[in-house]
Design a protein around this ligand. Structure first.
Ligand SMILES: [Zn+2]
Length: 205
């Protein structure tokens, strides 16, 4: 049980989560730890078995479809890095708890909110069991402020509405980091706009 920990790095799209993960992994490699990197099979951002951050750094990663597969994949590792945690099935919480019980150091990244500004996958539970949580902010792509906490989905350049599916892989959609003021979530086809403040339980009208 020597020094188990679970460090979770979270925030919106383009806040530097994967860059920060790679920075921490490099330090573990310098310390001569046995490191294994895991990424979910749904993520099409990286081509092949490695993860790539937006500044071009990359690292070999094992692609995993079901979270239970992580246990056998990282048996001999001292440090387990997991990218894009929001995409894993709900067993990911048990899997990470077990890895902590085995005394491993886990470093993970994940989007805390989906494009509808609702908690993404198992991220709420993972934030609870983490021994350290870092919330990174991005630069808002609309107003340029440094407090972007939301991920805006755009389809043909327009904000996607509430009926858009949670996960779109390989579609024509793009994503932008936005601050709470610039974030938009149209109800239906852009007719009615909401600021996505549902979680705060008040309406603008
Ligand atoms: Zn803004």
């Amino acid at each position: 049980m020597e020094g188990y920990s679970f460090e979770l790095i979270t925030g919106p799209m383009s806040c530097g989560k994967t860059e920060e993960l790679l920075r921490r992994i490099r330090r573990c490699i310098i310390a001569k730890k046995k490191v294994k990197v895991i990424s979910p099979d749904v993520d099409t951002r990286a081509k092949g078995d490695y993860i790539e951050s937006r500044n071009g750094l990359w690292l070999d990663a094992i692609k995993v479809k079901h979270s239970m597969q992580i246990l056998s994949a990282v048996k001999d590792a001292e440090v387990v890095a997991i990218d894009e945690l929001q995409f894993f099935d709900s067993n990911i919480v048990k899997v990470i708890t077990q890895l902590m019980n085995e005394g491993k150091k886990i470093i993970g990244t994940g989007l805390e909110l989906d494009f509808k500004a609702e908690p993404f996958g198992s991220m709420p539970e993972l934030m609870c069991i983490a021994t350290k949580v870092d919330k990174l902010h991005a630069v808002c792509m609309k107003c340029g402020c440094e407090h972007a906490t939301r991920t805006q989905r755009l389809i043909d350049g327009k904000p996607a509405d509430k009926s858009s599916p949670l996960i779109m892989i390989g579609g024509d959609e793009t994503y932008e980091a936005r601050c709470i003021k610039c974030y938009e979530l149209p109800d239906i086809q852009g007719k009615k706009k909401s600021l996505g403040l549902k979680l705060l339980n008040f309406s603008k009208d």
